[in-house]
Design a protein around this ligand. Structure first.
Ligand SMILES: Cc1cc2nc3c(=O)[nH]c(=O)nc-3n(C[C@H](O)[C@H](O)[C@H](O)COP(=O)(O)OP(=O)(O)OC[C@H]3O[C@@H](n4cnc5c(N)ncnc54)[C@H](O)[C@@H]3O)c2cc1C
Length: 396
């Protein structure tokens, strides 16, 4: 990736400072209107200009400590940034992995790994945007993944396959979860997996193959194949065999950040629906005068407000280093439902025009549907709450 002149986002801990960051993100996003996103959506191309602008603005380095060239801010600020991106009609999926994989690197990476990569990630010289966990046969059952990393002296040999590895074509680094001990040899199935931070620039064509998957949204997602890919043993993050725990740690951050994106989507849909309901006149009066039109918009707004409270409560706990799995899961559940309710309402409010590309409603509608499925599906969140919060019997 190109070396860029990168600013550091202003150092803030107070509400006024976060508001300034929100304003600045909105100003940046206004340079990327619906037309920009429509073009990339139509051609399924990567919004590189937007990613560069966000990097240059210092927003992708907010979680990187100041000692490594970032702003050293918390997840609450990262969430506010992604919320504003989505509330502005933009989409953060091209760049958000750099934020949600950061916890794994910061908490479990060695000093040498941090010194090697974090300053370059902060300037945008290298991108960390690929996160390889999901596999075609294991699905949500992550402890059943089959991709192996076998130690050979100072190296690991990687063999297997991942699916839905988003942004792999546009990332320099990948956080990879692979099996270092066969499942049959384990007492606890959550052990035997390890996390690696690998340099894909040297891997492509030398044992790593990337194949794009065309989907209903512009998400730059791929399947990737490992065929005797040799990586230095120094790519291992933390201890061998503890990778599942490291990834679970990071998943709370991921859920909170995705919830913030959903809160942003909810705001965009609600604003768009309310504006249209005021302006569109049918039967001689604005359609929003009909309660059948107004009430679903009001309900979606209320759902969004509640989801936002839970999202920032989860982020606050995460930043304080306190347990937040219940809140992070609840935030993701409520926010993805609030964004979907708002999307459906917005489309319905627009009638036939909701289906026209130029209104951006159908694009955002497709985009926000993802969050019921990825990064974790609604059922699995409900399973978590049932078992771990309510003490109900384990269902799988
Ligand atoms: C566009 C896109 C981008 C993605 N990006 C990435 C990425 O960058 N990196 C990555 O690693 N992964 C990524 N994913 C994968 C994503 O995290 C998974 O698709 C998601 O976790 C669901 O897994 P699955 O598709 O294998 O569904 P499955 O596990 O096959 O589940 C299918 C359905 O069955 C339900 N189900 C399964 N088991 C149970 C159960 N025990 N109880 C109740 N219901 C159950 C699920 O809720 C789901 O609705 C992406 C996916 C998509 C679509």
């Amino acid at each position: 990736m190109t070396n860029q002149t990168t600013q550091t986002a202003p150092h803030v801990t107070d509400e006024a400072g976060v508001e300034q960051i929100r304003d600045a993100v909105r100003a940046l996003c206004s340079r990327f209107p619906g037309e920009y996103w429509r073009g990339h959506d139509r051609d399924r191309t990567y919004p590189a200009e937007f990613v560069s602008a966000m990097t240059e603005g210092g927003y992708l380095g907010v979680l990187i400590p100041e000692a490594y060239g970032g702003s050293g801010l918390g997840l609450s600020v990262a969430a506010a940034i992604l919320e504003e991106v989505h509330a502005s009609g933009c989409n953060a999926s091209a760049l958000h992995a750099q934020m949600y994989t950061m916890g794994t690197v910061l908490r479990h990476g060695s000093d040498a790994q941090k010194r090697q990569w974090l300053p370059k990630i902060a300037t945008g010289e290298v991108r960390l945007q690929a996160f390889g966990v999901t596999e075609p046969t294991a699905g949500t059952d992550t402890t059943s993944i089959a991709t192996t990393a076998t130690r050979k002296g100072d190296a690991y040999m990687i063999n297997g396959q991942k699916v839905w590895t988003s942004r792999a074509q546009y990332s320099d680094l990948m956080v990879l979860l692979a099996r270092t001990t066969p499942k049959e040899a384990l007492v606890r199935k959550s052990e035997g997996l390890s996390v690696f931070l690998l340099d894909m620039r040297q891997a492509v064509g030398a044992g790593l193959t990337i194949k794009p998957i065309r989907t209903m949204i512009n998400h730059a997602t791929t399947e990737i194949f490992f065929d005797n890919l040799e990586i230095p043993a120094s790519c291992l993050i933390g201890e061998e065999g503890k990778g599942f725990r490291y990834i679970l740690d990071g998943m709370n951050a991921e859920r909170i950040l995705i919830a913030a994106e959903c809160v942003g989507d909810n705001r965009w849909f609600v604003d768009k629906a309310a504006a249209y309901a005021k302006a569109r006149v049918v039967f001689g009066r604005p359609i929003g005068q009909n309660q059948g039109v107004a009430f679903p918009i009001a309900r979606a707004h209320a759902q969004g407000r509640a989801a936002k409270l839970m999202t920032y409560e989860a982020a606050r706990l995460y930043d304080a280093g306190r347990p937040c799995a219940e809140e992070a899961n609840t935030a993701k559940l409520l926010a993805s439902e609030a964004s979907w309710a708002a999307a459906d309402t917005c489309l319905q409010t627009h009638g036939g025009f909701g289906f026209a590309e130029e209104y951006d409603v159908e694009r955002k509608f497709r985009e926000t549907r993802l969050y019921q499925v990825a990064p974790i599906s609604t059922n699995l969140i409900l399973s978590y709450l049932s078992e771990h919060v309510l003490g109900l019997p384990r269902s799988y």
